[in-house]
Design a protein around this ligand. Structure first.
Ligand code: XIL
Length: 365
């Protein structure tokens, strides 16, 4: 994942020097006003001001990826319902989770997340209809003609099942390559051709005419070759009249080199100028490589969350921010990048400085 170095980086040099002084030009926002609790006196997540109230005041959605098997955990469910008004299934609505054997679809786990969302006054985002990372084993080996049938049946049946229950779908996820030719060389591209992306959006629209349809990806949050390719892809889809409503910027970032707020803002604005919505769809901020004490790392993380969530709040076409989880007790980052504390609430569900950074950004302060 290549990121352009942002102004936030200058902040790190100051922290490394052991004093937290936010230099002018660090970011275009006033210094966060909320207190920064230390790791010892952090209040419980269920006792602090709800993020969803601040988000509502700013007209934004504040979301989290959730795991259905944790909804029975009172602490998990309590913090989730208090703070978030938008949920995304972390895995339960992916192809290989729903259709483990061909033609047998199990919607149970995804339905549990929809039911929980409804009961908690939350909206739901479906994720993700077509992703090379969740192709069922039986589908990968099909002939091109047979994969076409399975591909169409999958999108129709899943979008139809959740029609009226989801506000939006990530229809196609991570179809742009990190380097080399523009489109990622997936089984979909190999057997269905480049057209598979447009086909997926058309099929989703037919099956659920009300749902907002997003293209979702990582590594293209700021201004770089990948975000240029994402821009070219969605501009081309719009020009062909393909029903696409927006772009999701995943924002799996490290606090050591986050994309600059100016570049994220410019990227969001050019996507918005195509008539598209944008959102931050899977944010988490890794701090394991940030120099200094744990408190210093948590303070840097707070500033990164504050600055980047602030970009979405300031962009009228950004409909919200979703975090890829919300407690450090349950994050994919540990397995993917190594043990870390990437989210807003700690392992014991205490409110971290990051939570206050997000709260202040949602209140536009
Ligand atoms: C990840 C989940 O968090 C993991 O639990 C799972 O093992 C793999 O998928 N981009 C995406 C998400 O679009 O769907 C991925 O979620 C993380 C990267």
């Amino acid at each position: 994942m290549s990121h352009d170095r942002g102004s936030i980086a200058r902040l790190l040099i100051v922290v490394a020097a052991g004093s937290l002084v936010i230099q002018a030009g660090c970011n275009d926002r006033t210094t966060p006003t909320s207190p920064t609790p230390t790791t010892t006196d952090a209040p419980a997540g269920t006792d602090v001001e709800p993020l969803r109230v601040a988000a509502q005041a700013s007209g934004k959605l504040v979301g989290a990826a959730v795991a259905s098997n944790l909804l029975g955990d009172g602490r998990y469910a309590g913090v989730l319902a208090r703070h978030f008004n938008y949920v995304t299934a972390e895995y339960e609505m992916k192809w290989d989770a729903i259709e483990r054997t061909r033609g047998n679809r199990d919607f149970g786990a995804g339905d549990a997340i929809v039911a929980y969302g409804r009961a908690s006054g939350m909206q739901v985002k479906g994720h993700a209809l077509i992703w090379h990372g969740s192709v069922p084993g039986w589908a990968g080996g099909l002939s091109a003609a047979d994969l076409r049938v399975a591909f169409e049946n999958h999108i129709r049946s899943v979008a139809d099942h959740y029609r009226g229950a989801v506000r939006a779908w990530d229809v196609v996820n991570e179809a742009i390559a990190d380097s080399g030719p523009a489109l990622r060389d997936t089984v979909f591209r190999q057997k269905l051709g480049d057209q598979y992306i447009a086909d997926a959006f058309r099929l989703a629209r037919q099956a659920d005419p009300q749902a907002l349809l997003f293209y979702n990806d990582y590594g293209g949050e700021g201004l770089n070759q990948k975000s240029d390719r994402i821009y070219d892809l969605v501009q081309g889809l719009r020009a062909q009249g393909v029903p696409i409503d927006g772009v999701g910027l995943q924002m799996h970032i490290s606090a050591t080199n986050p994309p600059s707020t100016a570049n994220i803002a410019a990227n969001m604005s050019r996507l918005a100028s195509l008539g598209l919505l944008v959102n931050i769809s899977e944010m988490d901020v890794r701090i394991r490589d940030v120099p200094g004490t744990l408190q210093a790392r948590l303070d840097v993380q707070k500033s990164v969350y504050h600055a980047i969530v602030g970009v979405c709040v300031a962009e009228p076409r950004c409909d919200g921010v979703t975090f890829w989880g919300f407690t450090d007790a349950h994050s994919w980052i540990d397995a993917q990048f190594g043990a870390d504390d990437p989210l807003l609430f700690g392992e014991q569900y205490a409110a971290k400085p990051a939570y206050y950074g997000v709260l202040d950004a949602l209140w536009r302060r």
